[in-house]
Design a protein around this ligand. Structure first.
Ligand code: ATP
Ligand code: MG
Length: 354
């Protein structure tokens, strides 16, 4: 059964200084079980030189969104609707040859597992030099020198010699650095980092994060940083977007979202008391229920089946029927005002928690 969902709110246009602008993005996959609606009406902006952190449970559409920006889905099974503007260039309708020119050049990506990006058959130096030759028309010699320079920049000791090594001769942390060198060799305007440090130990993770910050300072790169680690987000990001069921449910600066989260899902995610009531610091009850099916998403607000507030008679119809949308500015996709949530929280939820 499908329920028609009305939508509230309209995304506003992007402003100057915007590097990437995503508007009303929908991505769905044809599968044997039906159509998986992985991204549903997502809008966001990334400003030049800033870092946008994306958080959300597993399956909320973080990776799909970013792979769509890079045009990496198989068009045979994927439907993409909406707008993705990179410095004004529309990517959803771009030809594969145009996307090829952008990937590794204007836009680069780093992943959790560097071995998905590095080939075992070529030296690390060659793999960093290759995109530089391809996109800049540099000579073999110049590209090799550039690869050595990049390896030095990402903190590989003795880069001249190490450039001749194969990936298996590098440690995990060094491979991650090599992948970053490869991603940054063409000085991309946009870097997408999808859990780039999850597999690394804490010390190496801290070094890689510092490295990314330094390189961002140097090159002015806009970064989209996806992670489950809110500590990393607090450290790395300027802005945060919280995703749920393929949409944004809250966004703002790191300070705004971490200090005064507005969406009931964000509260659960932060696993802390909403700062609606300053004298209360008991932990919040975990969010009951499971993430929704993307084959048959819930009507209205996708979070309503799990939300503490949806069973209130006065809000129920709206929460069940109308999907609250979030534009690219600070806010949360919730029908209730902060004041309404605060009142219910103090009068009903707080006494229940004891
Ligand atoms: N090629 C595909 N075909 C069908 N479904 C897909 C495909 N790629 C992703 N999905 C589905 O889309 C949804 C969103 O996936 P996505 O990988 O974006 O999640 P995520 O937020 O990155 O999660 P995680 O934190 O686990 O990395 C999931 O339900 C996933 O199973
Ligand atoms: Mg992912």
């Amino acid at each position: 059964m499908t329920t028609l969902t009305k939508e509230a709110g309209t995304p506003s246009p992007a402003g100057a200084g915007t590097l990437l602008s995503v508007r009303d993005l929908h991505v769905s996959f044809k599968t044997e079980d039906g159509i998986v609606k992985a991204v549903n009406g997502l809008s966001f902006d990334l400003q030049r030189g800033r870092t946008l952190g994306i958080v959300g449970e597993s399956g909320s559409g973080k990776s799909v969104t970013n792979l769509t920006v890079l045009g990496l889905h198989n068009p045979q099974f994927t439907t993409v609707e909406g707008e993705i503007l990179l410095e004004g260039q529309e990517l959803t309708t771009a030809r594969e040859s145009e996307l090829e020119k952008l990937r590794g050049n204007k836009v680069a990506m780093i992943f959790q597992d560097p071995l998905t990006a590095l080939s075992p058959y070529y030296t690390v130096g060659r793999q960093i030099a290759e995109p530089y030759m391809k996109h800049n028309g540099a000579s073999k010699r110049a590209a090799w020198d550039r690869a050595v320079e990049m390896l030095g920049k990402v903190g590989i000791p003795n880069p001249k010699e190490r450039a001749k090594d194969y990936p298996h001769q590098f440690s995990g942390g060094m491979r991650q650095r090599a992948m970053i060198a490869m991603a940054l060799v063409c000085d991309p305007d946009l870097l997408i980092a999808d859990e780039p440090t999850t597999a690394l130990d804490v010390t190496v993770q801290a070094q890689i994060l510092d490295l990314l910050k330094d390189l961002q300072q140097e090159f002015g790169t806009g970064i989209i940083f996806i992670t489950h680690d809110l500590g990393v987000i607090a450290d790395m990001a300027d802005d945060i977007m919280v995703m749920y069921a393929g949409g944004a449910v809250e966004r703002g600066t790191v300070d705004e979202v971490l200090r005064s989260p507005q969406h009931p899902y964000t509260w659960g995610l932060l696993n802390s008391m909403p700062r609606l009531d300053a004298d209360l610091d008991a932990p919040l009850e975990p969010i009951p229920g499971a993430p929704p099916s993307l084959l048959t998403p819930p009507s209205g607000c996708p979070f309503h089946p799990r939300c503490t507030f949806q069973d209130r008679v006065e809000f129920r119809d709206r929460c069940v029927d109308v999907r609250p949308l979030l534009g690219p500015d600070r806010g949360s996709a919730c029908h209730l005002t902060a004041e309404q949530k605060r009142t219910i929280f103090i009068e009903e939820i707080k006494p229940r928690l004891g």
